[in-house]
Design a binder for this molecule. Structure first.
Ligand code: FE2
Length: 396
């Protein structure tokens, strides 16, 4: 895309850039100066900004702007600073977009899914992603695109789930430990540790910040039942909005209290919306977990009945088999979910055999789980993209 023309407004406070595809994009002088790429503004060593806004004159404007070698060259007044902005950088960082402020937005770069998605689309093997950066990149990209990814042929060893996490990031330690066991046990401190089915949910909405990723890793699964399901919470939220914008508004406007006190020494509480939006109505986070929802107190009396109707309908959409992708984890398989977007569920199961040698009724179905952080995954993904993209350009 070529930058073909630049027009400044009369005060020099903004520029209109015209592109070879006949599109235009506007940029403010203050935005350009704040985002100058030169070493006078950004550290050449680490890219961090070296100036504060206080160092930019409040009466800043553009004194001259022209296309030089296809890029935008700007001189600012009254400071006299000069900057060049590469055309591709301007295209990638444009903000002159119009959005309907009333409609919720799905974040860019994701694909909504339902029961029709093939598990193979998001699946790889441990050996593949451990030995090939290209395979690792594709697997991590699945987490961004679909909100989950599936892995086969992992080591069947207790704690080996950390070997998967080590390929892309770091685990967040919680009161459940660095990782936790998911197997039925007597007097469970969490219903996850029984053989009961679990409605689709996001994990730990009683935390702030909420866990951003969850890895569930299978070591044994001789039980009958116990299938896992994943549900695209963003898709469910958009369906709710298309059916009933008032319901959507109620679930995104009011907070729900969440709490967990099932473990000695732990009292976790928070209050956040079930459907959290950011910026211009962009979906950010789904919090849905009937087990840890406490009494709702944020909703005013006159809206409470309607709120419950909205809550009920959202649950029906989430529980709809059409929206649930189901699979059964075999030993050595795991899946990674974006806990801000994708809900997970489990069917009830019956243990095929009991092992009472250690006094517990564990045996037959044994999973381990942990909470890696999403920022580490996104960082690894960005670095891999940059590295593999630049090496493919060099070989081209
Ligand atoms: Fe869970």
């Amino acid at each position: 895309m070529q930058l073909v023309k630049i027009d400044a407004d009369t005060n020099g406070t903004s520029l209109t850039l015209s592109w070879s595809d006949d599109s235009q994009s506007r940029f403010h002088a203050i935005w350009l100066r704040d985002n100058a790429l030169e070493p006078h503004t950004r550290s050449a060593d680490n890219g961090q900004r070296l100036i504060t806004l206080a160092e930019i004159p409040s009466d800043l404007h553009v004194s001259s702007a022209e296309v030089v070698d296809g890029d935008l060259a700007v001189q600012f007044a009254p400071c006299g600073t000069s900057s060049v902005f590469p055309a591709p950088w301007l295209r990638a960082h444009g903000y002159d977009h119009t959005r309907n402020k009333n409609d919720p937005q799905v974040p860019a770069g994701i694909e909504l899914f339902d029961s029709g998605l093939s598990l193979g689309t998001v699946s790889s093997s441990f050996e593949e992603i451990a030995s090939s950066e290209q395979a690792l990149l594709a697997w991590l990209q699945s987490v961004v695109t679909y909100g989950f990814a599936h892995l086969t042929q992992c080591p069947i060893t207790s704690g080996a789930l950390l070997d998967v996490v080590n390929l892309f990031g770091y685990v967040r330690e919680t009161n459940y430990g660095k990782w936790f066991e998911v197997r039925s046990k007597p007097q469970p401190d969490n219903l996850a540790y029984t053989s009961a089915g679990l409605q689709a949910h996001t994990d730990n909405p009683y935390r702030d910040p909420v866990p951003t990723l969850q890895l569930l890793y299978c070591l044994e699964n001789a039980a009958s039942g116990g299938e896992n399901q994943v549900v695209d919470g963003f898709r469910a939220a958009m369906q709710l909005y298309s059916e009933n914008p008032v319901y959507f508004d109620l679930l995104s406007r009011y907070c729900v209290n969440f709490e967990f006190r099932g473990q000695a020494g732990t009292a976790l509480t928070t209050s956040m919306p079930m459907i959290e939006l950011r910026g211009q109505q962009e979906l950010r986070c789904i919090r849905y977990n009937n087990r840890s929802a406490a009494a709702i107190t944020d909703v005013p009396f006159e809206h409470m009945e309607m709120f419950y109707a909205a809550y009920r309908r959202f649950g029906e959409i989430i529980d709809d088999p059409e929206n649930q992708l189901q699979f059964k984890l075999n030993p050595g398989e795991c899946f990674l979910v974006d806990n801000l977007r994708v809900l997970h569920a489990r069917s009830a199961f019956e243990l095929a055999a009991t092992d009472s040698s250690d006094g517990s009724d564990a045996g037959g179905r044994w999973l381990q789980g942990c909470y890696p952080d999403r920022d580490g995954l996104l960082s690894t993904l960005a670095v891999l993209e940059q590295r593999l993209h630049s090496s493919s350009q060099q070989t081209a």
